[in-house]
Design a protein around this ligand. Structure first.
Ligand SMILES: C[S@@+](CC[C@H](N)C(=O)[O-])C[C@H]1O[C@@H](n2cnc3c(N)ncnc32)[C@H](O)[C@@H]1O
Length: 219
């Protein structure tokens, strides 16, 4: 197990990626073929920067990556990547403007994770909140037929997110990359072929019931 972890850690170092998480995106992309030359990609939770660096290589000079995180990465991004320090729960006017300028996007990625507390239910609930927020952003800024990748900690909320995503995407898949540590509680949901921003599904048009997250379909 340890050797397995070390393999990805060392490989990331050798290949100049700031985190081993790059191999999760590579596995996701190898399976679902999401990134292509010229694509516009939104990367939520982009720090320390591995996904954006690799996605920039895949989209090439004609592509664009809009990346956001609570923290500022220390890596130097190529010109195709525009990074903004952002909290997805409180999007700034500057970020909203870039979402408009660079969107709608072919792909929305969210590798966002909460700072873990060690309390399983709290961590799962926070991960679910981040995944819901990412889904809301995807609903507003994905192109029809676009694709969405979202990380979530495994727990009782995962089926709720899957159900919500099924209203928005032609197909919803679950994927646990081999490079994800086997003891990690994370999994990825992949929404393929976005059906379009049907305003009736958005919370402004149909207010959520008390306790219902905005990303969840009405009961
Ligand atoms: C696992 S890391 C992402 C790794 C990244 N994909 C990479 O390859 O370098 C998760 C990131 O989610 C970010 N994050 C957590 N909550 C966030 C929020 N509310 N808004 C923006 N980013 C957030 C964290 O700051 C952290 O950098």
């Amino acid at each position: 197990m340890k050797e397995y972890r070390d393999h990805y850690f060392l490989k990331a170092k050798q290949e100049n990626y700031p985190a081993r998480s790059v191999y999760k995106l590579q596995e996701i992309d190898a399976k679902f073929h999401l990134l292509f030359s010229g694509a516009h990609v939104l990367d939520l939770g982009a720090c320390p920067g591995s996904w954006s660096l690799w996605a920039a290589k895949k989209v090439g000079k004609k592509g664009r990556i809009l990346a956001a995180d609570l923290h500022t990465p220390t890596v130097d991004f190529p010109p195709e990547v525009l990074f903004l320090k952002e909290d997805v729960f409180a999007i700034s006017p500057a970020f909203a403007e870039q979402l408009k300028n660079l969107g709608p996007f072919d792909v929305v990625l969210s590798d966002m994770a909460p700072k873990t507390t060690g309390t399983r239910f709290t961590d799962q609930a926070r991960s679910y909140d981040l995944a819901c927020e990412a889904l809301q952003v995807a609903r507003e800024h994905l192109k029809p037929q676009g694709n969405f990748v979202v990380k979530i900690f495994m727990g009782p909320d995962v089926p709720k997110l899957q159900t919500a995503m099924r209203t928005d995407f032609g197909q919803v898949k679950t994927f646990k990359p081999k490079s994800s540590r086997s003891e990690s509680k994370e999994t990825f949901l992949i929404g393929l072929s976005f059906l379009g921003s049907d305003i009736s599904r958005l919370p402004e048009a149909s207010p959520s019931a008390p306790g219902q997250k905005p990303c969840e379909p009405e009961l």
